[in-house]
Design a protein around this ligand. Sequence first.
Ligand code: PLP
Length: 333
Amino acid sequence: MIAVGPDRIAEAQARIAGRVRRTPLAPSPSLSARAGAPVLLKLESHQATGSFKLRGATNAVLSLSQEARQRGLVTASTGNHGRALAHAAKAEGVRAVICMSALVPANKVEAVRALGAEVRIVGRSQDDAQEEVERLVREAGLTAVPPFDHAEVIAGQGTIGLEIAEARPDAELVLVPLSGGGLAAGTAMAVKSRLPRARVIGVSMERGAAMHESLRAGRPVLVEEMETLADSLGGGIGLENRYTFAMCRDLLDEIVLLSEEEIAGGIRHAFTAEGEIVEGAGAVGIAALLAGKVEVKGPTVVVVSGRNIDEALHGSIVNAAAGEAVSPGGYTP
Ligand SMILES: *Cc1c(COP(=O)(O)O)cnc(C)c1O
């Protein structure tokens, strides 16, 4: 059974057209020169709300029944999904409650509040936040829109893959940031349905790579959540995972893991060489190329997934000399 196939992604593309941006696919001369093949950046960092998550959230909201919209929506989020859902819900005049753990950076919390959503801070992990979501579903009749393990969310993220295949039918490799796997599953399904010979590689951080650990174990497993520059890639995949685990297992050709220094290098390169402000999670594809951790043979597309990074942290990273350590929480003096 294919829960999210090419047709569902094409439906999502028609449904969300005009509500999300068709983001630029920008050639990178510096990365192309290093790789010896054309490298293009799919700049989801230019999406409204600053990340691709608006695609999945918008598709999920537009797919709801009228009754469900009237009761309101709830989700747990490390920030970007909450922000996207708040934006999508507001556009449709729907109430949204966003539950987050205390580890979520302050800039992301404020961004959600500014969009008019209710924020609830609960516990210190994604799992604690998720328990609160389930309580609100049971006791207040809200509808949960989870960040990745949801068919309409995956289909919405998959529209990135359709845009890539439409713009570059010669693409041979696509690099996708990987956490819960909604982005990677949807993008890989769309890319491979149109370009069967293209490879798709997921990129995660070494510190708490939940999908990687789960695929190695052959089933979803719990992974300790740690601070990382790629904070949007933190959190588990859910022990009751329904879609993304199987899709990532079947569709991803490889997973690459990065150190914190390598991720910092990606953020720095995005700013100094490409003129782009990119958060840690958004920079992992660039970082994987810079680290020489993927084999590039032909036209390569790097999904740059988001731009929502604390300004002071960003400044400390781009101003640090290459190789100098930058810790996720603090700033290098
Ligand atoms: C959520 C997110 C990811 C990871 O997406 P998944 O679908 O959870 O794998 C990557 N980058 C950014 C900026 C994100 O917000």
